[in-house]
Design a protein around this ligand. Structure first.
Ligand code: UD1
Length: 422
């Protein structure tokens, strides 16, 4: 983890304008890195468009702990070598959510797994019961004690017909990884449909696994042995980073082009912003966003893809602060992701949180304040609130920002924000 004493200082009042370039998807990269551990020991998986962020570094260390060789240069990761060890250091697992994927990977490749419970953003309860219940259906016996999971399946995992009680992204990925080396066919009904699932399926297909239905709510995976074939895969663009810049420009009444993105992955957000009075047009890989700064009240519900992403919920609350009248934002995915509300109220925002919903009364001005960002998206939202506040806002939480974005502060500066880290 980087030095925690670095804070972000933003002076409000600048409209964001110009161009910004979107990196490869953090969440796709993390699961693709886990999938690469399942390749044949004599082959190399090359992942392009990999963002230079600290979560990728942690995932690379986890791969090395499994016996893999990992190199990273110019946004390209190369992963090779043998999956040898079925044990991961507890500390390292506890620092990111993506570490859970190694449960499926180790069970698939070694029939045994020992790892610490995952960490990641503190955005409410983040159990892994859906992962465990479904891997158990596939033949894994497990113990969960003292923050450590140990799974075994001496005769290997078996393909099964599975149903998820909630379309969890992480559980869907974990089961796909496990199923790709299980005996026979696995179907996962009510699975997640996020673009990151499709990206994972595309990579595994190149690695010789037959998968159908990715991107729909029922996916089928035919378990198979690793093939001796090098694989090259370009990770998709980050739809959350795209959504962050789209919304940040709208919040500041700016005018910018978001480049190297996949606009259709943000359709519901584009509709939400358009209804709020923001002008948006796009082609295959760019979005032009123009906002007068006059925003109509929002009514948003975040939900699994293709709904508005829960990761953007805190930022939409900041947009709603600028809106005329009362807005309401409900989070159906992480109903407790509201830690940042208290921080916004320090700035003079009129926000009221009840259950999974926040109601926001638009205000004419925010006061620059000293704030604590407690996770990636909360810190993002507070920085963006600072962009429209009077005076200077100081946000603690630079290490969260670095977990999820490459050059976030520099990119905002490039769009004209008065922002610095010290
Ligand atoms: C992933 C993303 C995260 C995003 C989220 C929802 C990564 C590394 N993180 O997180 O950025 O916000 O998807 O799009 O890709 N749940 C259970 N039991 C489980 C699993 C999940 O109850 O076993 C619940 C969670 O507490 C949450 C909901 O299901 O309320 C959604 O979680 P999930 O889709 O699994 O999110 P993650 O994979 O953790």
């Amino acid at each position: 983890m980087q030095n925690d004493n670095r804070h972000i200082f933003v002076r409000g009042g600048k409209r964001l304008s110009g161009e910004v370039y979107i990196e490869g998807s953090k969440n796709s990269t993390l699961v693709c890195m886990a999938a690469a551990a399942l390749a044949d020991k004599d082959t190399t998986v090359t992942l392009n468009n990999v963002p230079d962020i600290s979560d990728v570094g942690v995932m690379a260390d986890l791969l090395r702990a499994l016996g893999k060789t990992v190199t990273y240069e110019d946004e390209t990761l190369k992963i090779s070598g043998e999956l040898k060890y079925a044990e991961l250091p507890r500390e390292l697992c506890g620092s990111i959510r993506g570490s859970t994927y190694f449960l499926g990977v180790m069970m698939a490749g070694l029939n045994h797994a020992y790892l610490g419970l995952p960490g990641g953003d503190r955005i409410g309860d983040r159990p892994i019961d859906i992962h465990l219940d479904n891997l158990e259906m596939m033949g894994m016996k497990y113990k969960l004690e003292g923050g450590v999971v140990e799974g075994t399946a001496p005769n290997g995992l078996k393909g099964m017909d599975l149903f998820l009680r909630f379309p969890s992204v992480g559980a869907t990925c974990n089961i796909i990884l496990a199923a790709s080396r299980a005996k026979g066919k696995t179907t996962i009904s009510n699975c997640a449909k996020e673009p990151e699932i499709v990206d994972l399926a595309n990579l595994l297909t190149k690695m010789g696994v037959k998968i159908t239905g990715a991107g729909s709510d029922k996916i089928t995976i035919y378990g198979s042995a690793p093939v001796k074939q090098d694989v090259v895969h370009d990770v998709i663009s980050d739809r959350i980073e795209t959504g962050v810049f789209l919304t940040a420009v709208a919040i500041t009444g700016g005018d910018a082009v978001i480049k190297n993105c996949i606009p259709t992955h943000n359709n519901p957000l584009i509709q939400t912003l358009t209804r709020a009075g923001v002008f948006i047009e796009y082609n295959d890989n760019e979005i032009h966003v123009v906002s007068t700064g006059v925003i109509s009240a929002l009514k948003v519900t975040t939900m699994p893809y293709p709904g508005v992403a829960t990761d953007l919920q805190p930022l939409l609350t900041v947009l709603a602060i600028k809106a005329d009248g009362e807005s309401s934002i409900t989070d159906l995915v992480f109903p407790e992701r509201f830690s940042y509300i208290y921080e916004l109220s320090k700035m003079g925002a009129k926000v009221e949180h009840n259950g999974n919903t926040v109601k926001i009364k638009g205000v004419k001005k925010l006061d620059g304040s000293k704030l604590v960002g407690s996770d990636i998206r909360a810190a993002t939202a507070l920085i963006c609130a600072g962009l429209i506040a009077d005076g200077t806002t100081e946000v603690e939480g630079m290490h969260h920002i670095e977990r999820g974005y490459k050059n976030f502060v520099e990119k905002l500066k490039g769009l004209g924000a008065e922002i610095m880290v010290k």
